[in-house]
Design a protein around this ligand. Sequence first.
Ligand SMILES: *Cc1c(COP(=O)(O)O)cnc(C)c1O
Length: 394
Amino acid sequence: MDESTQDNQWSLETLAIRTGHHRTHEREHSEAIFPTSSYVFKSAAEAAARFSGEEKGNIYSRLSNPTVGYFEERLAVMEGGESCVATASGMAAIMAVMMALLKAGDHIVCSRSIFGTTTIFLNTFMAKFGVEITFVELSNLETWQAALKPNTRLLFAETPSNPLSELVDIQALAEIAHLNESLLVIDNCFCTPVLQRPLMLGADIVVHSATKYLDGQGRCLGGAVVGNAELVGEKVFAVLRSGGASMSPFNAWVFLKGLETLHLRMKVHSDSANELAHWLEQQQSVKRVYFTGLASHPQHALAKQQQSNWGGIVSFEVAAGKQAAWEMIDSTQMLSITANLGDAKSTITHPASTTHGRLSEEQRLEAGISQGLVRVAVGLENIDDIKADLARGF
Ligand SMILES: *Cc1c(COP(=O)(O)O)cnc(C)c1O
């Protein structure tokens, strides 16, 4: 196979299109899909050398696959990391990081406003294996600092948060983590490397749910872990190799194609969300809008500093509460009532009864998820059509 073309002077848009493709002897222009579970050796001696690790090369697709490798190489370059390991889903990426880096007796600090399944995974499963977890307020660095212990191995955060778009200062949090000899892991699902590059701000590891914006059209489940060669290339890879939550080559191909248009899509998602947020702020029945692009957002300046655009998620509170929020959702005709996001199709969700439905009312209020809250993941339809659809409910 050819060497992949790559020029370190290239901008992110070019890297997203031109890196990580190793052309075969067929000279294909678009990346090839290799749907094979194993690979053939020239001789018994070559098989032995591959299995012993003496010689590099493919053995079995749980360990490596060319199409998956293209995706890993491309995403690693885009995030600015040495290594990337692709996984079967975003949760598999988070699980692999935790299993690779934690042991019984370790402690982790995690922001309260993270993806619900991540909270369940930590509280139910990591806790079962003797890992202690402290949840803190995402934007408040003092609460992170106060939660640290000598055995704190890692800090885990999602910024901006879902659905209220709170942020944490990644650079400051990385300093706090490193002074305590802990690692900082950032779930970069909402921004993608196009809007935010946590490794460049000092984070040690980035995790992704590729299911969202990297795919961009709601087709495949996938995930990824990016970081340095030791933590990710060796430790996280070792867990995946034995644990088995590898990415399928077909899904890797879909994500490769997704990365090529990511910068265009993130621009439209962000610009449309910004226009929608400003419009929502003027609606009589809307009490409050949560969006980092609004001057009214308490961390507007931080968003400007650490992100290159706002992202596509807008949440708002309907003054009249749950009944009004449900009526508002049900009056739309185009928007999809579904909890997924990062799709070309705009989606609308009532967090209190869906994504955050398993929390107690007290936990929900602590997280700021009121009964009147509605979340819109702004898609790629014309923004005037999205506004017109929402206007039916006001
Ligand atoms: C969806 C999501 C995940 C989980 O990803 P899956 O691909 O669904 O397993 C993790 N983190 C965030 C922020 C997400 O939105």
